[in-house]
Structures are given as C-alpha cells and as structure tokens.
Design a protein around this ligand. Structure first.
Ligand SMILES: [Zn+2]
Length: 229
C-alpha cells in the first residue's frame, strides 16, 4: 500500500505542472503570434474549411525560426515564422504548408492535444510506480530501466498520434481537392532539412521516420483512390 502515496503525488504534480505549462504555452503563443495573412495560403485554407463544413479556419503565425506546425491544447492552429519564410522564399509550396495545417487539424480533431494532459500525468505515475517497484529488486539500475521503458512507451504513443494525424490529413487533402502529393513531398523535404534524426534508434523517436510516414500515406491513398500519385 505504501507505494500508492508517491503515485498519487506524482499524478497531482503531473497535472499541476501540465496546467502551468498549458498556461505558459498559451501566453508564449499569444505574445509571439499574429493571424496569418497571405492570400495565396488563404485560398487553400478555405478549401480545407469547406471540406470540413466550416465557414472559416483561423491559422496563426508563431514568430519563431524553427520550421514547424503546432496545435495548442485549446485547438488553435499555428505555423511558425520559419516555415512561412521558407514559403516566401519559394522553398516550400502553399499546398505543402496547407498539408501541415491539415495534419495539425488532425491532432485537434482526433483529441490528441487534449489527451496529452492525461498522458502526461499518467506517464509520471507510471514512471514513479515502476521506479519504486523495480528499485526493490535492482537498486539504481531498476529506476533507470523504468525511465527507459516509459520513454519508449511514450515515444510509441506519440508516433501512433503522428500516423493518425497524417491519415486524417490525407483524407482532408483528398476531400479538399488539394491532393496529397504535397503532403508527401514536404515530408521528404523536412527529412533533408532536419538531417541527423535518422540515426536515432526508432524506439526513442517521438516522430516516425519520414520514409515510414510516406509509406503509410501511400497505403491510405491506394485504399481510398485506387492509385498512388
Ligand atoms: Zn504531428
């Protein structure tokens, strides 16, 4: 019984720190972002909105240099300034940017952004429980193993989310008439831009490898359209 108290505490600490970080994230995002204003992108974002039966879809630009898209826990969608700059320089196409927006919409629609709250405290509790239990049998190395195991499980869950969001994006891009060529070409470009990630063992990676993602996208494409573009 005595190991239940630290687990309970871990859950509470996990929840409180999550709420703090949600708040901080929201503040940082609000301070450093502005609504996206680009007629060329607007047109294509409109196509996504129509496919979702929405009259309008708000997208914001987060003023950091990293190349990324993100969905805030409240459901707002952001692309980074770094990503937008690539578009302005002609290195990334409008449809490629929109494919990232579709992917982020997937995270929101499939409840990934909200579920992370439960995952976060759950992971902390699991880490503590496993550490305490394993420490009885193998001191020092036990807790280290527990951490490793939880990290691998968390990476696995997060990879699953990525495949699901990709799959949602493929369906949405097809429905919007934008096609999925850009979804695939962007993944291949990002792979080149971020380089080194491929050497990290796959169990630790929170994002699946680009090649695996493209393969999964093509499986859906074949299933839904009968052909691969
Ligand atoms: Zn994602």
């Amino acid at each position: 019984m005595h190991f239940l108290l630290p687990i309970g505490l871990a859950v509470i600490i996990g929840l409180v720190s999550y709420l703090f970080s949600v708040n901080k994230t929201k503040q940082a995002l609000d301070l450093k972002s502005k609504p996206l204003q680009s007629p060329e992108l607007e047109n294509k974002i409109c196509a996504l909105a129509m496919a979702l039966d929405l009259t309008h879809l708000n997208v914001n630009v987060y003023n950091i240099e990293t190349i990324n898209g993100l969905a805030a826990p409240g459901g707002q969608i952001y692309i980074t300034q770094g990503f937008l700059s690539k578009f302005n320089k002609g290195e990334v196409s409008a449809t490629e940017i929109v494919s990232v927006i579709a992917h982020e919409l997937g995270h929101v629609a499939l409840g990934h952004t909200r579920r992370r709250m439960i995952d976060f405290s759950g992971q902390n509790a699991l880490r503590t429980a496993l550490s305490i239990t394993l420490n009885r049998f193998i001191p020092v190395i036990g807790p280290w193993l527990a951490n490793l195991a939880v990290t691998i499980i968390a990476a696995r869950m997060s990879r699953k989310d990525e495949f699901e969001a990709d799959s949602y994006a493929t369906a949405l891009m097809l429905k919007s008439g934008l096609g999925i060529q850009s979804q695939k070409s962007l993944l291949q470009k990002l792979n080149k831009l971020t380089g080194g990630a491929e050497s990290v063992p796959a169990w630790f990676m929170s994002h699946p490898k680009a090649g695996e993602r493209v393969k999964a996208i093509e499986l859906n494409e074949k299933k839904w359209t009968g052909t691969v573009s």
